[in-house]
Write a protein that binds this ligand. Structure first.
Ligand SMILES: C[S@@+](CC[C@H](N)C(=O)[O-])C[C@H]1O[C@@H](n2cnc3c(N)ncnc32)[C@H](O)[C@@H]1O
Length: 247
C-alpha cells in the first residue's frame, strides 16, 4: 500500500489540500507529527474535520518507531500529517528514505511553509542564506551567529527559527532570541524583522532595531526573526519601512 506524507500548511485544519484530505480518507491509520511546529488548531479539530481518529506522533515516535510505521504501510495505507510543508524539517527525510528502503510507495502532498511564507516581509526569498535555529539551551551555541556572519558577508538575509516544545507548551520568545543575539555581540542597533503567527489571520510583523523589537508584545507563538542583508533592493526597503514599529 502507500505511505502518504501530507503537509498541513501554517494555520489550521482547513489548510489541508483536497488531495491530502482524499488520501486521509483512504488511510487505515492517520498520524499527526506535532513536534516540529505549531498550528492554531487542536488535534481534536483535525479529527473533527477529517472525520478520523488522529494518533499523535511525537519526536520519539517519528524518529524511533518510524520503521514500525513503514512496515505497517507495506500492508495498509498510512497518512502522516505534518505541519507546514513536508520536507521543511529534516526529520521527515528519514521517513522518506526508510520507506524507499523497504520498497513502500510514498506520495507527498506539499503545502505552505514558513520558509516561503516569510516572503510576506517583502524580503526577497532568493536572497535568503542558510537558515539558523536558536535552541532553548543556547549558552554555548555559536552556530546561529556563524550562519548570520556568513550570510551577511555575501549580502544575504538570515531567517532564525525559534525553538519550541508543544508538549510542554514552551516556545522560545522573540525577546529571548534577541537576548541571545545581543549576548553574542550582535549590536542592538541591528535592523531586524520579528514575526509571529505567519499565515494565520492575526499574524504580526514588526521591523526595527533589535533594541526596539525587544519591547513589543507579539502575542501567541510560533515566532521567527529575520536579520536582513545590509544592502536591500528599494522594494525591500519600502516593505521593511511599512512594518516599522512606529508606522
Ligand atoms: C522546524 S520549523 C518547521 C517548519 C514547518 N514544517 C513548515 O514547513 O513551516 C518550525 C519553526 O518555524 C517557525 N515557524 C513555523 N511556523 C511559523 C509561523 N506560522 N509563524 C512564524 N514562525 C513559524 C518557528 O520558529 C518554529 O519553531
Amino acid at each position: 500500500m502507500v505511505l502518504y506524507l501530507i503537509g498541513l500548511g501554517l494555520e489550521n485544519e482547513k489548510d489541508i489540500t483536497l488531495k491530502g484530505l482524499e488520501r486521509i480518507k483512504e488511510s487505515k491509520e492517520v498520524y499527526f507529527e506535532n513536534y516540529t511546529s505549531k498550528l492554531q488548531c487542536s488535534v481534536k479539530d483535525l479529527g473533527k474535520l477529517y472525520k478520523r481518529k488522529i494518533i499523535i506522533a511525537d519526536r520519539n515516535f517519528i524518529e524511533e518507531k518510524s520503521k514500525g510505521i513503514i512496515k505497517k504501510a507495506k500492508k495498509e495505507s498510512i497518512s502522516i500529517l505534518i505541519p507546514g510543508d513536508v520536507f521543511s524539517a529534516t526529520t521527515h527525510i528519514a521517513l522518506f528514505q526508510e520507506a524507499k528502503k523497504y520498497k513502500v510507495p510514498v506520495e507527498v502532498f506539499n503545502n505552505a511553509s514558513i520558509l516561503t511564507a516569510i516572503g510576506i516581509t517583502g524580503l526577497e526569498l532568493y536572497k535568503f542564506g542558510r537558515v539558523a535555529s536558536i535552541p532553548f539551551d543556547n549558552e554555548k551555541i555559536k552556530t546561529p551567529i556563524e550562519i548570520l556572519n556568513e550570510n551577511q558577508k555575501i549580502n544575504l538575509h538570515t531567517l532564525f527559527l525559534l525553538d519550541l516544545n508543544n508538549e510542554t507548551k514552551k516556545y522560545l520568545s522573540i525577546q529571548e532570541a534577541i537576548e541571545y543575539l545581543l549576548k553574542n555581540k550582535i549590536k542592538k542597533e541591528t535592523m531586524a524583522v520579528a514575526c509571529a503567527r505567519i499565515g494565520w489571520s492575526d499574524y504580526k510583523i514588526k521591523s526595527g532595531t533589535l533594541e526596539e523589537l525587544m519591547k513589543i508584545n507579539y502575542g501567541d507563538p510560533p515566532y521567527c526573526l529575520v536579520i536582513p542583508a545590509k544592502k536591500l533592493h528599494f522594494i525591500e526597503e519600502e516593505m521593511i519601512a511599512m512594518w516599522n514599529n512606529k508606522a
